[in-house]
Design a protein around this ligand. Structure first.
Ligand SMILES: [Zn+2]
Length: 432
C-alpha cells in the first residue's frame, strides 16, 4: 500500500494537482476543503481503484488504409499510384488466379501504368528462405512496392518479402531479430480468404530453417493499402473456407481471453464471432459454395470476410493465446490446417480461464456477449473441425515437445494460469 502521508491538500493550497509515481491520483484543486479532507481520508482506497482501472487501459494502433467492397481495387487505383510505378506481385500458383483477384489487380495496374512482375512461389506455411529469394527478385526488378494476393500465407509472405526487397543481403537471423537497415518497401495486401485478418495486422507468420512456425510483430509490417473484396472468397473450396473460418473464431476467442484484451479489442472480437458463427453454421453443415453468384445467397461469405477483418483487428491489439502456439505444433508435425489446429484447443482454454482467471465472471460474460451458451459454442466448433488428418501422439512425443512452451509468450498471454502440466494433460486427452 502506498504511503499517502503527503497527499492531503492544505486549506489555501487548493491549486495543487496530486501526482504519485508519475500518475495523477486525484485533482483536488477544484474541490472545496470538506471534499478535499474526504479525499485524503480515502486516498489509499482511491489508489487501489486507480490500479484496478489500469486493467481497462486501451491500446489501439492500426495505420493500414483498408478498402473493402465490390470492385474496391479498381475504385481506388489512385491510391496504388501514389506508391510507385513498378511492383512485385506475390502470390501462390492457384488462389490468386482462381479467385479472380489476380485479374482484377493486373487490370487496375495496367490501367494505371504500373509495371509488375508476378512471383507465384508462395507455399503454405511459407519458409523464410523462399521470402529471401522473392526479396532478391523484388530488388532485381526495382519494385517500388510489394503487392500480396491470397490467404494468410501469401499476405504474410508479402510482408516479409517487402523487408527482403529493401534489404536484399539480410539473412534469416537478422530478419527475426528485426535488424532491418532499410525500412520495408510499401506493402499492398489483397485478401482472398476469410480467416487470416493479416490485411490489418503487423504480424507475419513464417516457417524458419528448423521447420518451426514463428510470428514476428513489427509496426513496419503494416500494409500501406489493404483491399478486401469478398467476391474473391466466393470460389474458395469448402475445406479451405471452413479451416480459415474457424481461424476467425480462434482469433476472436483468444483475443477476448488474452491478458491484453481491452474494451476496443473485445468489441472487435465479439462482433467477429457474432458475424462468423451463423456463416460457419452454413459452411459446416454441408452447404456448398455457390456455383453461380446469381443462384445462391452469398451473404454468409460476405459476413465471414468482414468477421475475418474484425478478428484481425482484435488480435492486432492482443496477440493470440496458447491455442495458436500449440496449434503450430500440429501443423508442423501433422499438417493439420492452421485454423483447425488452433480451434481444437479453444474449449480447453476456456476451461482453464473458468478455473483460474482472477475475474470469476470473465468467461460467463464472454458467452453473454456472443449470444451463445458454452455448450452451443463448443458444439459449433466441433461441427467445424472437419479434419482429414488423424493426429495420434505418444506420451514420449508429448514430453519431447513440452519444452517449447516453457516461457512462451502466447501461453503467458492467456488470461489463465497455464502450466506445462496443463498442456501435457490437454494433448494427452485429445491425441493419445
Ligand atoms: Zn490464425
Amino acid at each position: 500500500m502506498a504511503d499517502t502521508g503527503n497527499m492531503g491538500v492544505e486549506k489555501g493550497d487548493r491549486r495543487q494537482a496530486l501526482w504519485r509515481d508519475g500518475r495523477r491520483v486525484v485533482l483536488l484543486a477544484a474541490l472545496p476543503p470538506t471534499y478535499a479532507l474526504a479525499a485524503r481520508v480515502t486516498s489509499d482506497a482511491m489508489i487501489e481503484q486507480v490500479k484496478a482501472r489500469e486493467e481497462h487501459a486501451m491500446n489501439f494502433f492500426m495505420p493500414a488504409r483498408l478498402y473493402t467492397g465490390d470492385g474496391c481495387i479498381a475504385q481506388h487505383a489512385d491510391a496504388l499510384r501514389t506508391l510507385g510505378t513498378t511492383c512485385l506481385i506475390v502470390t501462390d500458383k492457384v488462389a490468386a488466379k482462381a479467385s479472380g483477384a489476380l485479374d482484377d489487380v493486373t487490370a487496375t495496374l495496367d490501367a494505371s501504368d504500373i509495371a509488375y512482375t508476378v512471383w507465384d512461389g508462395v507455399t503454405e506455411n511459407p519458409p523464410v528462405a523462399s521470402c529471401i529469394e522473392a526479396g532478391k527478385r523484388a530488388a532485381e526488378v526495382e519494385a517500388q512496392f510489394v503487392l500480396g494476393i491470397g490467404g494468410g500465407s501469401s499476405l504474410d509472405a508479402a510482408k516479409a518479402i517487402s523487408v527482403f526487397g529493401a534489404n536484399p543481403t539480410l539473412d534469416e537471423p537478422g530478419f527475426y531479430a528485426l535488424k532491418w537497415d532499410v525500412n520495408p518497401l510499401p506493402i499492398v495486401l489483397v485478401g482472398t480468404t476469410a480467416g487470416t485478418g493479416s490485411e490489418v495486422t503487423k504480424v507475419s507468420v513464417l516457417t524458419d530453417a528448423a521447420h518451426r512456425k514463428h510470428s514476428i510483430h513489427d509496426d513496419r509490417l503494416y500494409a500501406a493499402l489493404a483491399f478486401g473484396d469478398s467476391r474473391h472468397t466466393y470460389t474458395c473450396p469448402d475445406a479451405v473456407t471452413l479451416s480459415c473460418g474457424v481461424d476467425i473464431i480462434a482469433h476472436a476467442t483468444e483475443s477476448y481471453f488474452s491478458r491484453k484484451a481491452d474494451e476496443i479489442s473485445r468489441a472487435f472480437a465479439v462482433r467477429a464471432i457474432r458475424l462468423a458463427l451463423p456463416a460457419l453454421g452454413i459452411a459446416s453443415t454441408g452447404w456448398k459454395g455457390p456455383k453461380s453468384l446469381d443462384d445462391h445467397p452469398i451473404w454468409w461469405r460476405d459476413d465471414l470476410y468482414e468477421a475475418s477483418i474484425l478478428g484481425g483487428l482484435a488480435i492486432n491489439t492482443t496477440g493470440t493465446c496458447f491455442p495458436h502456439n500449440v496449434g503450430y505444433y500440429l501443423t508442423e508435425n501433422y499438417h493439420v490446417p492452421h485454423g483447425f489446429a488452433s480451434a481444437i484447443f479453444l474449449p480447453s482454454m476456456i476451461e482453464l480461464v473458468e478455473q483460474t482467471c482472477d475475474d470469476p465472471t470473465y468467461a460467463a460474460t464472454f458467452f453473454d456477449e456472443i449470444g451463445k451458451d458454452k455448450n452451443a459454442f463448443e458444439r459449433m466448433i466441433e461441427g467445424c473441425l472437419q479434419m482429414d488428418q488423424k493426429v495420434h501422439m505418444t506420451p514420449e512425443e508429448i514430453e519431447a515437445a513440452l519444452p517449447r512452451w516453457e516461457n512462451n509468450g502466447s501461453v503467458k498471454n492467456t488470461r489463465a494460469d497455464v502450466s506445462l502440466d496443463d498442456i501435457r494433460t490437454i494433448l494427452t486427452s485429445l491425441f493419445v
